[in-house]
Design a protein around this ligand. Structure first.
Ligand code: B12
Length: 460
């Protein structure tokens, strides 16, 4: 069969991360192994819309068009899918990925044109659906509400998966805005070493895709992929995008020991953020020797009351100790904070701003809370807000769709601007930023992202 993997465009940039679509590269690999003809059209990095986009899809002449979307992509994807159904009436339209996994059967409310919706990891279910087209596999809903079970699928044994089909998305093409606050070398490539996270953070819906149980890829397979990326694709920096890379410290330590032994010309980063309480001196020392040059972490809030409410399972004093521990290894810290979490007051947010400045972190990113469907906090918001009717536009990642009761979206945007200004308009962060700006690629990336976060709206 001819299968086209389709990732929608993100017009306007809007601070979005342009990262090779890891999930599609896994799907591409299993489909090619089963002798299907696969084309990947990743419009996030092609900057094509309208007729040019449609022409590319038509040229790929698919039997099945596989669509992937974050919730933030839905408002852009809706009219495209309507158009594609008109011009490709005989092509099957399947959707999977974060949005479909989070809203499940409700995906059809926005996309009645779809033939099937896949929930969770889909490497096995796509093969089953191709082999037995009449019977919906577990974790798949066919149009007309036909399904066997709707529990998300997860691959129990990650060693059964092939190396992702990197030839479909050569890292050299991804030079836009990568994930993470800082990046040293291009080209970079994201990889997964584990899937799943057992923590219960109320703002996160990752478990809807990859579940609560951590599964590990065998390290020899992970290193086979890294060697392919470095030797065949010239990758200079590897981004581990796991849900929780350091959950199993022994595994993370062994990863680093192999890196030190192999000594490839490549740097490492975990731009998704790792849990600070998962670190110890031995692991940090190994990470530094292996090629980590910064530690990204999700701190989220500087208020203990809020950390408790979001079930982050840590405290500000533990976080501060971990930051000091990281610094004792000569590594800088890049921290992610969320502003406007449910129940927050202006005072709580001010605590976060202050913690960002006083905790000693070198880099900080402040995002407005997003009520992600499928997460406990998101489901609360969606009960009272009909997003299908309003078209999901408010989920664009530069918007503040769900400010806490005591604040407006505009208040939150102002606090976000204040957070960036107060943090970066200080000698240390300013010096670090200027040093980064000396590099042309980095300059353009940072200016673009800064503008997107501070000033853009999704209509830009
Ligand atoms: C790495 C990551 C990213 C990376 C890279 C993602 C990429 N290009 O692949 C980057 C940095 C780009 C990213 C960005 C964002 N992310 Co993110 N991200 C993740 C993370 C931690 C892991 C993704 C991953 O690799 N999963 C594992 C792979 C195997 O899964 P997958 O890519 O989804 O693909 C599998 C299935 O979904 C399925 N599948 C996917 N597509 C399709 C299509 C078809 C047809 C079929 C059949 C199957 C299928 O099969 C694949 C193989 O099993 C997840 C958490 C998670 N556990 O998923 C959050 C997650 C997906 N991200 C999330 C969010 C909110 C965001 C941002 C909006 C954050 C922000 N505010 O900016 C942005 C959105 C993108 C943008 N506009 O910039 C949410 C998504 C919720 C939602 N409903 O949309 C998640 C679930 C985390 C959370 N906090 O809840 N993210």
């Amino acid at each position: 069969m001819k299968i086209t993997l389709f990732y929608p465009p993100r017009p306007g940039g809007g601070g979005t991360n342009l990262v090779p679509p890891i999930g599609f590269l896994y799907l591409g690999a299993v489909l090619e192994k089963a002798n299907h003809q696969v084309v990947l059209l990743d419009f996030t990095q092609m900057e094509k819309t309208g007729d040019a986009l449609i022409a590319d899809v038509l040229a790929s002449d698919p039997d099945i068009l596989m669509l992937s979307a974050f919730t933030s992509d839905v408002f852009i994807l809706k009219p495209i899918v309507t158009e594609l159904k008109k011009i490709l009436p005989n092509t099957k339209l399947w959707m999977g990925g974060p949005h479909a996994s989070c809203v499940r059967e409700k995906t059809f409310l926005d996309f009645p044109e779809l033939d099937a919706v896949f929930i969770g990891e889909a490497e096995q279910s796509v093969l089953e659906a191709l082999e037995f087209p009449e019977i919906p596999p577990d974790g798949v809903i066919y149009s007309g509400n036909r399904f066997r079970t709707t529990n998300p699928r997860q691959i129990a044994d990650l060693s059964s998966l092939p190396i992702p089909a990197w030839h479909l998305a050569p890292p050299e093409k991804y030079r836009g805005l990568p994930n993470g606050v800082v990046l040293k070398k291009l080209p970079y490539a994201p990889i997964l070493t584990t899937r799943g996270c057992p923590y219960l953070c109320t703002f996160c819906a990752g478990f809807r895709v990859t579940g609560r149980k951590i599964r590990h890829r065998p390290l020899d397979q992970v290193w086979q992929e890294i060697e392919l990326l470095v030797n065949e694709f010239g990758v200079a920096e590897i981004h581990i995008e796991d849900d929780n890379f350091t959950f199993d410290k022994d595994y993370a330590k062994e990863f680093c020991e192999i890196a030190i032994k192999k000594d490839l010309p490549v740097l490492f980063s975990t731009p998704n953020g790792i849990r600070l309480d998962a670190l110890d001196h031995q692991l940090l020392s190994l990470m530094k020797k292996a090629g980590w040059y910064v530690i990204h972490c999700g701190i989220e809030s500087g208020s203990d009351k809020i950390l408790k409410r979001i079930k982050k399972a840590t405290t500000t004093s533990k976080i501060k100790n971990s930051i000091d521990q990281i610094h004792s290894h000569g590594l800088p810290v890049a921290a992610y904070f969320i502003l406007g979490l449910p129940g927050e007051t202006r005072q709580d947010i001010e605590k976060t701003l202050k913690f960002a400045r006083t905790s000693g972190v070198e880099w900080a990113q402040f995002a407005c809370f997003l009520p992600i469907p499928g997460s406990p906090d998101g489901d609360g918001f969606l009960k009272d807000n009909d997003m299908v009717a309003s078209g999901w536009q408010a989920f664009h990642n530069t918007e503040c769709p769900a400010p806490p009761a005591s604040l407006t979206a505009e208040d939150l945007k102002k606090l976000q601007r204040k957070a960036f200004m107060q943090f970066y308009l200080r000698p240390g962060p300013m010096f670090r930023t200027v040093s980064l700006l000396m590099h042309k690629d980095t300059f353009l990336r940072i200016v673009k992202r800064g503008f997107a976060y501070l000033f853009s709206s999704n209509s830009s």
